[in-house]
Design a protein. Structure first.
Length: 255
């Protein structure tokens, strides 16, 4: 099975980092968040990736072209003009990098990689959010319900402390409560190639007409994820993920 990762957006809300690299290449624990996403999928046996590049996509291409240099110890013999790689850390990955345009919308990016997807169902997610998603269970759920699209739904935590009030008296305080109980699009889709017919072109936003049409025709089911999930929209989000990784308790580290 293949996994498509949307990695071409501008990432304007985290411009502190994206002025020099695409958002999926922002590092958590010294590795791009894109790498973390691929490790999540690989931990469930999905090792064939199609990455939709766009803004500064050459940075992603150069990363994979020099993957051994990033992941291994090396010795450069300058006199002999040679390089020796020590303790190679190979991944069982097949990675297809596709330039889907700098300004193409999310649906358009998916449409542009159609030729690389074949006739089988595939996974798809955004290049900026991680979680302890059970990909295996998501696939089983998708195969069982028989529709052409599955979305992982999640309940994000609240961003601000919540007060328990009686009149004007504060009776309780929760530092990071859960949100309002609403379910949101957490990415990590499983899709039939038939969904590509709902995408008009580069200007198509996946979250609008295609998803709305799938919902209207009862072809979209939600896999309810009750565990950890967090996007990396802002520098604050990035720092929180970094702190979790540094603590050795990153919930999305399934490998």
């Amino acid at each position: 099975m293949k996994a498509v990762i949307l990695a071409g957006g501008l990432g304007t809300r985290i411009s502190e980092e994206t002025s020099i690299k695409p958002k999926p290449m922002i590092e958590i624990g010294g590795r791009p968040i894109l790498w973390h996403l691929m490790k999540i999928y690989a931990s469930h046996g999905v090792n064939d990736f199609v990455i939709c590049c766009g803004y500064k996509g050459y940075v992603i291409k150069e990363y994979f072209a020099n993957y051994f240099l990033h992941m291994s110890d090396v010795t450069f013999d300058m006199a002999a003009n040679s390089m020796q790689v020590h303790r190679q850390k190979a991944e069982p990955w097949r990675v297809t990098l596709v330039d889907t345009g700098e300004t193409t919308q999310t649906g358009g990016r998916l449409k542009r990689v159609a030729e690389y997807l074949g006739d089988e169902d595939f996974c798809m997610t955004y290049g900026d959010g991680v979680g302890d998603i059970n990909i295996t269970a998501t696939l089983a759920f998708h195969n069982a319900h028989g529709r052409i699209a599955t979305m992982t739904a999640t309940q994000p935590p609240g961003r601000f402390g919540a007060l328990g009030l009686e009149g004007t008296s504060v009776r309780s305080f929760l530092e990071k409560p859960h949100g309002d109980g609403g379910w949101i699009n957490g990415g990590f889709f499983v899709l039939s190639p038939k969904v590509l017919d709902l995408i008009d072109g580069d200007e198509s936003i996946w979250e609008r007409k295609p998803l709305e049409e799938l919902a209207r025709t009862d072809q979209l089911q939600a896999y309810l994820h009750h565990g950890f999930w967090q996007p990396m929209d802002t520098l604050r989000d990035k720092n929180q993920l970094e702190e979790l990784w540094a603590s050795g308790k990153a919930p999305w580290k399934l490998w």
